[in-house]
Design a protein around this ligand. Structure first.
Ligand code: ATP
Ligand code: MG
Length: 380
């Protein structure tokens, strides 16, 4: 168990800057999850820490020592990839002990390390099998086992569960959480899965275009995103965004006009000192903030174009004639609304929802969050 510190890491591929100076201090035993859109540099960062890529500048400090320039095998890290290429002609035990064998460890030492890893991963009964006689989940456990036997200071996981089906994924997710509790290992974990990120992470790093957009605990990032990118990235369906303008501002309140809405809205100020009359802003509303039939704050009346009853909850996409979400996944600007599973409406029906102004996020012209919903403030 060791600390890991990234100091101002830059990685260029020719003229393209894949990592634009990222920094982060990871505590010993911390589970850090790295998320971000495809191509933002997640794998590049993991590969740089592992020594599979050479960085252009910066420092990578593991357990107090700068490991830049060291061979991958001498960095004290083990990486688990999405494509867990196991050696097909070797048994599970041989696959798991291979790195130790190459490092010249004794037979007894290898056997002991393999036995312990197999017990932790619950694959002892499969130790003598070849990979082709294993399920997908068992193969992925062997790939993790190869990392465990090396007792690394830092584990690097690059989307390790993305080849597994949904049921196996959630089982392995729970096992990874248990594994972390047992080993108290320092882990950097890349995933596209929001549930994995929210449930496994001590802290989440949201990455965008080669830099870190925000670092914090899962709930910090969900409740208090620093900017519009993080606000839109975490949460599914994502936050609804609306263009708006500040009509007037005084020390106690701001009055905003949301594009397409009937009336201006008065928001009590909270931490939005920078907002001035005439400024362009964006309002953010999470899907769970909509109350059926409510009339305070902003009202959304329209036709439900899609209704998805997911059992535990119902999602609907509301087509409001004037109030369109901008910066949204849905091209038509439908408003994403989450209701309990008791909601029995059907698509094609007309509904009206209200959202209290207390539930608004406000982003300034640069996309920085300048106001949070009041519920997230009182919980701080
Ligand atoms: N060897 C390379 N040469 C040139 N560009 C590269 C190379 N490897 C990666 N890149 C570029 O660097 C950027 C970051 O790639 P990277 O693989 O780190 O993304 P990622 O965040 O892991 O994406 P994904 O979620 O799709 O796995 C991309 O634009 C990619 O095209
Ligand atoms: Mg990747």
């Amino acid at each position: 168990m060791s600390s890991l510190e990234l100091k101002d890491i830059v990685k260029n591929y020719g003229a393209f800057e894949a990592l634009k100076g990222v920094s982060c201090a990871v505590e010993p035993g911390e589970f850090v999850v790295l998320v971000g859109p495809s191509g933002c540099g997640k794998s590049t960062l993991l590969r740089s820490i592992a020594g599979l890529e050479s960085i252009s500048s910066g420092e990578i400090v593991i357990g107090g020592a700068d490991v830049v320039g060291r061979e991958p095998a001498d960095r004290g890290v083990a990486m688990v990839f999405q494509n867990y290429a196991l050696y097909p002609h070797m048994t599970v035990a041989q696959n798991m002990g291979f790195a130790l064998k190459m490092a010249g460890r004794s037979r007894g030492e290898i056997d002991q390390a393999v036995k312990r890893a197999a017990e932790i991963l619950r694959i002892t009964p499969q130790l003598d099998r070849k990979p082709k006689a294993l399920s997908g989940g068992q193969k992925q456990r062997v790939a993790i086992g190869r990392a465990i036997t090396r007792s690394p200071d830092v584990f690097l996981f690059d989307e390790p569960l993305s080849n597994l089906d949904a049921a196996l994924r959630s089982q392995m997710r729970i096992e990874l959480g248990r594994l972390h509790d047992e080993l108290r290992a320092t882990i950097i974990y890349v995933t596209h899965d929001q549930t994995e990120a929210m449930t496994l992470a001590d802290r989440i790093v949201v990455m965008n275009d080669g830099h870190f957009a925000q670092i914090g605990s899962p709930l910090e990032l969900y409740n208090r995103p620093a900017n519009r990118f993080v606000a839109g990235f975490l949460g599914s369906p994502r936050m609804n965004f609306f263009n708006a303008a500040v009509v007037s501002a005084d020390p106690a309140n701001i009055t905003v006009r949301v594009e397409g809405a009937g009336d201006d809205l008065v928001l009590p100020r909270n931490g939005d000192a920078a907002l001035e009359a005439g400024g362009r802003i964006m309002i953010g509303i999470r899907p769970e903030a909509f109350a059926l039939g409510a009339e305070d704050g902003l009202t959304f009346a329209g036709i439900a174009r899609v209704v998805e009853n997911l059992g535990r909850e119902t999602l609907l996409y509301l087509d409001c004639p004037d109030l369109k979400t901008v910066d949204s996944e849905s091209q038509e600007g439908y408003v994403a609304v989450q209701q309990s599973s008791q909601f029995t409406g059907r698509h094609g029906e007309r509904f009206s929802f209200g959202v209290s102004a207390d539930a608004f996020f406000v982003f300034d012209g640069d996309g920085n969050t300048v106001r949070f919903p009041s519920s997230t403030i009182s919980s701080q």
